[in-house]
Design a protein around this ligand. Structure first.
Ligand SMILES: Cc1ncc(COP(=O)(O)O)c(C=O)c1O
Length: 342
């Protein structure tokens, strides 16, 4: 059996979740008649302290619909250079919204209000209007890093002063909630739109929810339709999301503990660079020195020993812990790292 540390998206629905899905009440959601979807949207919106929510097939579509709803072609969107919207959404902001991204060099995904202030364009016929700031929390590429709430507030204040909107790519926001004890609505408060994923560490098979005020979500609803994301008896999968958001949040703590344990093991190995203190949640990104081979070569060696992971750039590797792992998998993973990397 391979130990799969490639992503928390590999989690499969449990038997109990499948039962909830099989028993879900459904209706035509394009007519707004699927009770399970409506319940999911209402519950996630309430969790985030917002008026309304919109169920979408993926985190990517949720971010892209969010950007489209906030912007006009030719606008500029400020984000971190390692952001998912910049690196892993197939050029979606340019393709769907015809906006330009303005990447900032964050420190492990975290940029400052000063950097934002310097990035916001003055009114000028020569420059793209700065319309939106997008923050990723937790930050995937940086290794599950939590964006500090006080910095988010400082950025939001700057944004408001310049009439710029704020979007949260909170694909793994619930990881930040569990790791800090700060409730979801407090993390969400400084933002105009918030996207959370149900199909990552929370373990649902499909789906994200975009939240905001009612007028914003009404406009986003039109773009979901325009992007081809209107789905019919989709309560059958939304039920998995509802099960996950009701029952799986606290379990993320286990993922965090296991990620930290892996990081501490890796930190003791020669030729490996990682600061376990920088592992805030369920993602571990470590670097291997060149004499160990490239990240891709190490990935292949680990795979040969029974462990799946992802090379992340030339010398880096990403591991993600998730709810489908057992304690024995972590013990076994540690033995594999010790064997392959020592
Ligand atoms: C931070 C972040 N945002 C958005 C997404 C996109 O989610 P999906 O794979 O559901 O499109 C991901 C996926 O890994 C992610 O890590």
């Amino acid at each position: 059996m391979m130990i799969d540390l490639r992503s928390d998206t590999v989690t499969k629905p449990s038997q109990a979740m499948r039962t909830a899905m099989a028993q879900a009440e459904v209706g035509d959601d394009v007519f707004g008649e699927d009770p399970t979807v409506l319940t999911l949207e209402r519950e996630v919106a309430a969790l985030l302290g917002r008026e309304a929510g919109l169920y979408l097939p993926s985190g990517t579509m949720s971010n892209q619909v969010a950007i489209k709803t906030h912007t006009q072609p030719g606008d500029e969107v400020v984000c971190d250079y390692g952001a998912h919207i910049m690196n892993y959404e197939s050029g979606g902001p340019a393709f769907h919204s015809q906006v330009q991204l303005h990447p900032l060099s964050g420190n492990l995904g975290v940029f400052t209000a000063q950097q934002v202030e310097a990035a916001i364009r003055p009114l000028s016929v020569h420059m793209p209007p700065t319309r939106l700031i997008s923050i990723e929390n937790t930050h995937n590429r940086a290794g599950g890093v939590i964006f500090p709430l006080d910095e988010i507030h400082a950025i939001a204040e700057m944004a408001r002063a310049h009439d710029v909107r704020m979007h949260l790519d909170g694909a793994r926001l619930m990881n930040a909630v569990v790791a800090t004890g700060i409730p979801a609505h407090e993390w969400a408060a400084p933002f105009d739109s918030i996207s959370i994923c149900l199909s990552k560490g929370l373990g649902a098979p499909v789906g994200s929810v975009l939240c905001g005020d009612s007028a914003y979500i009404q406009r986003a609803h039109r773009y979901r339709k325009l992007f081809g994301g209107g789905m019919r008896q989709v309560g059958i999968i939304a039920a998995g999301g509802l099960f996950a958001i009701r029952r799986h949040v606290e379990d993320l703590e286990t993922d965090h503990r296991r990620a930290r344990r892996l990081a501490e093991t890796l930190a003791r190995l020669p030729g490996v660079q990682i600061d376990p203190e920088a592992v805030h949640t369920n993602i571990v990104v470590f670097a291997v020195e060149e004499d160990r081979g490239t990240g891709l070569e190490v990935q292949h060696r680990l795979e040969g020993a029974g462990l799946l992971c992802l090379a992340f750039g030339q010398q880096k590797i990403r591991l993600v812990t998730h709810r489908d792992l057992a304690d024995d998998d972590i013990k076994h993973a540690i033995q594999i790292f010790q064997k392959v990397l020592s």
